[in-house]
Design a protein around this ligand. Structure first.
Ligand code: ADP
Length: 608
């Protein structure tokens, strides 16, 4: 069979044939039963009718004989003969219609008796004419009447035989009809069973290849591209299976070539990552090591083959790096700034900037983390050298500068003799410049010492409110001189923090000095603080000249000053740099929010 259509049609044709078969058998049974019953009843009925007519005829003949004995009448003889013909006609009909076994014997007897009966009538005629009525009556009583009774009895017997046969036929017909009902029911049942079996077998034959095909498609969907299916049928499903196998073969080849490309690309990337001079560590989202490059191997004294698949902390006991990886992989704090770490490499100190980035899949969920430790030891060393140099120079300049200031002050006080006004002006200018220079040198020295880590932090439990209040108090006089109002609003419930109070005083000094410096007479300065469960946030705002946006980021770098024409700034641009260093050392942050001509707000946070 070629097509599914032909197969389905065949099933239908077969089922229709079964229905036709059952219906034909049922109709035939019905017909033959009806016919058999009809035939039987008709034949018996004909025999009964014949017997009745025979009885009628012979009774009539008997009566005619009696009449004949009493009154001789030609009409009697004529009627007798007429009835004789009738009798013989019906007897012949009965003989032609023998349906029962016993019928023949009875009819033979009747025929034999009737022959005698007709002969006896002839004898009666002779006896009457020769011996008279008396003798004729005797003859009748002795010979004819018993024979008449015999014939009548046999005819009635014939009726009885046929009636019994009719009754039996009815019983037989009921029995047969029952058998035929059973036969039809069994045939119908068989047909239903065969129909069901054929339908199930054929449907299975059609559906099985489809199921194999569906299973094949599922396997391909699950990624098994080497999947081949075998369908033996030569119909449309068979063709589909062949095409399916062609498709999976093509897909397989395509995937293999794709995998080859991917592997080669991966190897290239791996070679690049491996050869990068900065240490790189790749971890999965369970913080297990996936890859380390050669530089990371040598920094942490590891072997990639031994550590791959192990937890980060099993081999790299650096909680700071791990903390950052964990934060990134769990998405807790993805915007942490790059950290600089001091690590030992082959017994030597090195500085590394830790940059951590997440690897995400198409859906955006993190599948891994890349940690790059940028080796900034060289830069750090250079910075240290610079700081050392600045520190040495500042230190060396401080002593002579102090002497110069002391000298100018002595001269101005007149202890060393009187000086005229011109001399005083020159010495005052020298004194002022020397003091500015000393302030700059002091700032430089502070900054270089902070940067080189020479300034030690003295952490203690402090109340920030007091520090702020004391600092503000020290500025009240100068603010009043400048006609600027200072408002200080600090809540009482700020928590005690662990910090270096001197450094915080220095930061507050810088911010308030700047606010005073860059606010016009009549302006105001507000100092506020707030606590947000993790940090204390202090804000110093003024309504002074403000800072343009492009300076907001760089203002905290060394020597950066806003370029304004009306700038009467006498500083060197180091105050904010020093403040930032101090706040960063506390683990906090500092930034500015400002608009030119509207004022500035300097905000810093301190972790609690
Ligand atoms: P200095 O004040 O000694 O110049 P700073 O580092 O303290 O150095 O400040 C750097 C620069 O930032 C200042 O020169 C000034 O241009 C700008 N600045 C700082 N604070 C303010 C302020 N409150 N309003 C306007 N400009 C400011």
């Amino acid at each position: 069979m070629k097509s599914i259509k032909t197969k389905i049609l065949s099933i239908y044709v077969f089922l229709i044939f079964l229905i036709f078969l059952v219906a034909s058998v049922a109709i035939f049974n019905q017909y033959s039963l009806g016919k058999a019953v009809n035939g039987l009843i008709e034949a018996n009925y004909r025999s009964i009718e014949a017997s009745r007519n025979m009885i009628n005829a012979i009774e009539r003949q008997d009566s005619l004989e009696l009449i004949y004995i009493q009154i001789e009448n030609k009409q009697c003889i004529k009627d007798f003969q007429e009835n004789q013909r009738n009798f013989i006609t019906w007897m012949t009909k009965a003989q032609d219609n023998i349906t029962e076994n016993k019928e023949k014997g009875v009819l033979d007897n009747i025929s034999e008796d009737y022959l005698k009966y007709t002969e006896f009538f002839s004898s009666l005629q002779h006896i009457k004419s020769t011996s008279g009525i008396e003798e004729a009556n005797k003859y009748y009583s002795n010979k004819i009447y018993p024979l008449f009774l015999n014939i009548k009895e046999n005819s009635e017997k014939l009726i009885q035989i046929n009636e019994t046969a009719m009754f039996n036929s009815k019983e037989e017909a009921i029995k047969n009809s029952k058998i035929q009902i059973y036969a039809t029911a069994i045939l119908s049942l068989l047909s239903i069973l065969i129909g069901l079996v054929v339908a199930v077998v054929f449907t299975r034959k059609i559906v099985n290849p489809i199921r194999i095909l569906i299973e094949g498609i599922h396997s391909v969907k699950a990624g098994s591209l080497s999947q081949e299916i075998y369908v033996s049928t030569k119909d449309e499903i068979g063709d589909l299976a062949v095409e399916f196998n062609n498709m999976t073969r093509r897909l397989n080849e395509y995937e293999k070539s794709n995998i080859r490309n991917l592997i080669s690309e991966k190897n290239k990337s791996l070679a690049i990552v491996k050869s990068i001079s900065d240490p790189i560590i790749v971890t999965d989202n369970n913080n297990k090591i996936v890859l380390v490059n050669r530089s990371a191997e040598s920094l942490f004294d590891l072997n990639e083959s031994e550590i791959a698949g192990h937890h980060f902390l099993e081999f790299i006991e650096n909680r700071i790096i791990f903390h950052r990886i964990k934060n990134i992989s769990t998405g807790v704090n993805t915007e942490e700034k790059d950290k600089i770490l001091e690590l030992n490499k082959n017994g030597k100190k090195g500085f590394y900037k830790v940059t951590v980035a997440s690897i995400s899949d198409d859906s955006g969920s993190v599948t891994g983390v890349v940690t790059v430790l940028q080796d900034i030891t060289g830069i750090k060393e250079l910075e240290n050298m610079k700081s050392d140099f600045v520190s040495t120079v500042s230190h060396e300049l401080r002593t002579p500068l102090t002497s110069i200031i002391m000298g100018t002050e002595l001269l101005l006080e007149g202890t060393l003799g009187n000086i005229n006004d011109d001399q005083r002006d020159i010495i005052m200018a020298m004194d002022e410049d020397s003091k500015k220079l000393l302030a700059l040198v002091n700032d430089l020295l502070d900054l270089s010492r902070i940067e080189s880590g020479k300034i030690k932090m003295n952490y203690e439990n402090i109340n920030i409110k007091e520090i702020i209040k004391n600092t503000v108090r020290s500025f009240e006089e100068s603010a009043e001189d400048k006609g600027i109002k200072i408002y200080c609003s600090i809540p009482d419930n700020l928590p005690i923090i662990n910090a270096d109070s001197n450094k915080l005083v220095c930061v507050m000094n810088n911010l308030i000095t700047n606010a005073l410096k860059f606010t016009e007479r009549g302006g105001e300065i507000k100092i506020t603080a707030a606590y947000d469960r993790t940090n204390i946030r202090v804000t110093v705002s003024d309504n002074g000249i403000g800072i343009p946006k492009e300076y907001h980021k760089i203002i905290f770098e060394k020597f950066v000053q806003v370029d304004t024409k009306s700038n009467n700034n006498t500083g060197a641009g180091l105050g904010l740099a020093i403040s930032k260093e101090f706040i960063t050392r506390h683990g906090g942050e500092i930034w500015v929010e400002s608009k030119p001509n509207c004022g500035s707000s300097f905000i810093f946070t301190l972790p609690v």
